[in-house]
Design a protein around this ligand. Structure first.
Ligand code: AMP
Ligand code: ZN
Length: 145
């Protein structure tokens, strides 16, 4: 599993510095809550990151308005990516914590154009537990909401 590569405090992490214009970025879009810019890794051409402007380490640290704004910007960018790069598909990915696949500790969403045989692999080990187990999980989550 990847480790965080950047656990700098608010204002000093890579994406805070990018928001502040202290390091360069190929910016696509900005609004009050979010900034969208080209991912330097470009897993496929047109790969964009949508980050909060305020430093929030993970989804759990966002406000509801910030979380909504990230998704709205991701949708807007996805439409532009579709119009520009004409991908066969598109994947949104938002990782939290090293075990969740996060490497930059400032919340962000990947907008990734997808193509047949683009080399992206994703293992998803299905468990398919019985219905009563699902009902138990749902009951616990309802109690936590
Ligand atoms: P994640 O693994 O979800 O935390 O993704 C972090 C992403 O940030 C990676 O895909 C990196 O390529 C990308 N990244 C790191 N530094 C920069 C930067 N300065 N500008 C643009 N993208 C970056
Ligand atoms: Zn930050």
């Amino acid at each position: 599993m990847p480790m965080f590569v950047d656990t700098s405090p608010p204002g000093q992490c890579i994406f805070c510095r990018l928001v502040a214009g202290e390091i360069p970025s190929a910016t696509v879009y900005e609004d009050d809550h979010t900034i969208a810019f080209m991912d330097i890794g470009q897993v496929t051409p047109g790969h964009v990151l949508v980050a909060t402007k305020r430093h929030a380490a993970t989804l759990f640290d966002t406000t509801p308005a910030e979380a909504a704004a990230v998704m709205q910007t991701a949708r807007r960018v996805a439409l532009a990516v579709r119009a520009t790069f004409d991908p066969a598909g598109l994947t949104l990915l938002q990782a939290n914590g090293a075990e969740g696949g996060q490497t930059v500790g400032h919340v962000h969403m990947h907008v990734v154009p997808r193509h047949a045989d683009d080399g992206i692999t994703f293992t998803w080990p299905r468990q398919e537990p019985p219905a009563e187990v699902l009902a138990g999980y749902a009951q616990r989550l309802r109690a936590a909401l």
